[in-house]
Design a protein around this ligand. Structure first.
Ligand SMILES: Nc1ncnc2c1ncn2[C@@H]1O[C@H](COP(=O)(O)OP(=O)(O)O)[C@@H](O)[C@H]1O
Ligand SMILES: [Mg+2]
Length: 249
């Protein structure tokens, strides 16, 4: 079942002679439960495409349906709510709030949903434990390594059980060991059913995905179906990951 459908997506910046056509007539479908990688050189339009598919931006033309909703019909406040309740985001620079500790960073979006403080704290603790950060509840982001900060951002993104998780180069600022552990974490979440769309330029990490969408100059050059290659042993080397028991609530 398709959870994201994009038809003829075009995105331009600037106008007239200065128009920069960044995405050109892109058709894309993501099925529920898939782990999809978007790959391509720097400047190919990967982030721009991810922003259109994740309701962070609207295309110049085309159609986008996410979880059965035509997001181009939404006004700004409907979009804010849709993102808050349905989608989760992970960015290259973690985007944590520096003055808030780990727990506060993770529970903020839960409070914004109207969940009471006590429940939000309980959920946050369970999710923080599930990403392997037990005991770091009161640390500030500056007191954590890059890999740990990215785990906090994963915890924050999944705490609200989003239907789709979007990640824009989540390992770009990490050393290879931390990067691997973040990818293993995403692979494990995907095995548990989480739909994930991830931009990456690391071939090795994309190998854990069901499909690789290769972008070149704003055009889909190639879609590689990797399902036939993926087995339990090749899909994420999950043995490096702390066991994940996502809370049910
Ligand atoms: N907000 C913006 N305003 C103008 N041009 C932009 C903007 N965002 C991206 N671009 C341009 O779009 C192209 C693709 O950018 P991006 O999607 O960030 O590429 P990638 O993520 O593949 O490196 C680049 O040429 C970039 O300069
Ligand atoms: Mg980018």
């Amino acid at each position: 079942m398709s959870i994201i459908t994009g038809k003829n997506i075009c995105k331009s910046y600037g106008k007239d002679t200065l128009e920069n056509k960044v995405l050109k007539n892109i058709d894309i479908e993501v099925s529920a439960g898939e782990f999809v990688a978007i790959m391509g050189k720097s400047g190919a339009g990967k982030s721009t495409l991810l922003y259109q598919l994740s309701a962070l931006d609207k295309p110049t033309s085309g159609e986008i349906t996410i979880d059965g909703k035509n997001i181009l019909d939404f006004d700004e406040s409907e979009l804010v709510n849709f993102r808050l309740y349905t989608l989760g985001y992970i960015f290259q620079d973690y985007a944590l709030i520096p003055d808030l500790n780990v727990t506060e960073n993770v529970l903020t979006p839960l409070l914004m949903r109207g969940i009471d403080w006590k429940t939000a704290q309980k959920i946050s603790k369970e999710v923080i434990d599930s990403v392997g950060l037990e005991g770091k509840y009161n640390n500030l982001p500056s007191q954590l390594s890059g890999g740990e900060q990215q785990r906090v951002s994963v915890a924050r993104a999944i705490a609200g059980k989003p239907k789709i998780l979007f990640a824009d180069e989540p390992t770009a600022n990490l050393d290879s060991v931390s990067g691997r552990s973040v990818i293993d974490l995403l692979a494990k979440l995907n095995e548990e059913g989480q739909t994930i769309v991830m931009v990456t330029h690391e071939e090795e990490y994309a190998n854990h995905c069901n499909r690789i969408i290769r972008l070149e100059d704003g055009v889909v050059k190639k879609i590689e179906d990797r399902n036939y290659l993926l087995t339990n042993t090749t899909k994420g080397s999950v043995e490096h990951v702390a066991p994940i028991n996502l809370p049910t609530y």
